[in-house]
Design a protein around this ligand. Sequence first.
Ligand code: OGA
Ligand code: MN
Length: 301
Amino acid sequence: MTMNIRPVQTGFVGEVTGIDICQPLSSADVAAIERGMDDYAVLSFPKQPLTDDQQVTFSANFGELEIPLAAQMAAPETRRFQKLELGDISNFAVGSTEVLRARDDKKRMYALANRLWHSDASFRAVGAGYTLLHSRINPSKGGNTEFADMRAAYDALDNATKALVDDMIVEHSIVYSREQIGFTVEGDSADLKPVKHRLVVTHPVTGRKSLYLSSHIGNIVGWLVPEARAFLRDLTEHATQRQFVYSHPWQVNDLVMWDNRTVMHRATRFDDLREKRDLRRTSIKGVGLAVDHVPVAQAAE
Ligand code: OGA
Ligand code: MN
């Protein structure tokens, strides 16, 4: 079998065939996939019937897995999976794969913010590098995941805007993204405090710049909040124009992986009070993947 990557639509998404990712990979396979991630930014692997353990094993080829904040904050009895690295991206109520979350379920409301364009875990000092989603059950309509190419979005800025954003430092927090949909994240954990990142990051392999945008951003260092929010809204609108976007229609057993440092993503609507949707998520910490979004030191106050 020879691995092949075929560009899909917009060119920043590649469809990978000729490889069985349920089996252990050779280092050459891993290197080829990493090269594909640098070239494309989103790779889809159709028809890969991974078990949970196989998804974790495949993901671990690319670095250390992260434990998502939602899993970390959840009481053990409310978690669907005991393995904390495995994210539950379903609309199932606790302890059931038949009962759907109630309309006012807090987990449902927290997850509704996935419909805002974001980059995973950008509210952490080290955000996610790659995220991997594996599809198990899909609704009859809707529920695509959309991706926007932040390299193309940066390239398309005019020179004055590039100069304005090139050294910009912004503050990310999970509180800011949830606030946008009117949901208050409870608690006073250190994880809720804003972290600072550069808005423009440079990829060390390709040398391309991209916008490290996310709905988790709530302020720009040195700006007033209303100025910052109005500007970030304009920039996000620019960056998510349809020519930069790919919408993935899920088929069961698709695995899609993307680089959170070069693309934003969002969930799209489906009838989640009546239909099931079940995806499993793994994320790789954005360390050792050598992209310069090293957090700006907290001292840079
Ligand atoms: C995520 C996410 C999108 C989706 O799991 O991080 O943003 O379509 N999911 O469920
Ligand atoms: Mn996400």
